[in-house]
Design a protein around this ligand. Structure first.
Ligand code: ADE
Length: 253
């Protein structure tokens, strides 16, 4: 682990929160009174936005990948999230990454709308490379930083996450998600986990369920219908997690 990252026995001081959608990010920005950095640490012209501030003993940085410059919608998905995570780690040297966002949930595995999960493991479900060992590279399995005390103290559910670049789910995706043993499905987590692992920064994942992927409602409709309400629960969960982390070392999480 790089010298500037908190060793396990030093209190965590610098947190990087990565959130893909503006609707998910702004309540967290407001909750912690973060302000937009007028001098972006990122290359000129990229839409990535850094909000920062201090909260209790913590230096908080929230990075939102911003709006696609051509289309004006949130830059969701694995490419943007990997890029911003890489750039933010380089610029800000965080002790810990929190990737927070909404997700689809499998009701067959016990997920319901509004549930909040802490992720134990991340993998991809849409990188199929049927050649020995490349198959495993495609799945890209990574473990999240283990936080048993946080999970216990905040009484959170724990689940595995599967990530892909589509909101919908093909039959092949579904088989891979089941093979990944996942309860929640998103579009960023495994990409953030990949970069965090490359640069040896611990990462935790908080996912809030907006839609049921094995239900009968069209995913996009259900997602948009529940986005505002579920985002409010996500924001509360992020606040509780940050409060729990304050004053603690990585080994106490
Ligand atoms: N984010 C919220 N719902 C999702 C879903 N069903 N798939 C991927 N990402 C999501």
């Amino acid at each position: 682990m790089a010298a500037s990252h908190a060793e396990n026995e030093e209190p965590i001081s610098n947190i990087l929160i990565v959130i893909a959608m503006q609707t998910e990010a702004l309540p967290v920005v407001n909750k912690f009174n973060l302000t937009q950095d007028p001098q972006s640490p990122f290359p000129e012209g990229v839409p990535w936005v850094r909000y920062h501030g201090t909260y209790k003993d913590l230096n908080l940085n929230l990075i939102w990948p911003g709006k696609d410059p051509a289309l004006g919608v949130d830059s969701v998905g694995t490419i943007s999230s990997a890029l911003v995570t890489y750039a933010a780690i380089q610029a800000l040297q965080p002790d810990l990454i929190i990737n927070a966002g909404t997700a689809g949930g499998f009701k067959a595995r016990g997920a319901s709308i509004g549930d909040i999960f802490i992720v134990s493991d991340c993998a991809f479900h849409d990188r199929r490379i049927p050649i020995p060992v490349f198959d495993l590279y495609g799945v890209g399995f990574r473990k999240a930083f283990e936080s048993p005390n946080l999970v216990k103290d905040l009484d959170l559910k724990v689940a595995k996450l599967s990530t892909g670049d589509s909101l919908d789910m093909t039959e092949q995706d579904e088989s891979s998600i089941i093979a990944n043993d996942a309860t929640v499905k998103d579009m960023e987590g495994a990409a953030v986990a990949y970069v965090a692992d490359l640069l040896k920064v611990p990462a935790i994942f908080i996912k809030a369920v907006t839609d049921i992927i094995d239900g009968d409602k069209p995913t996009a409709e259900e997602f948009l219908q529940n986005l505002a309400a579920v985002t409010a629960s996500l924001d509360l969960a992020v606040e509780k997690v940050v409060n729990f982390i304050n004053g603690k070392c990585l080994s106490e999480l």
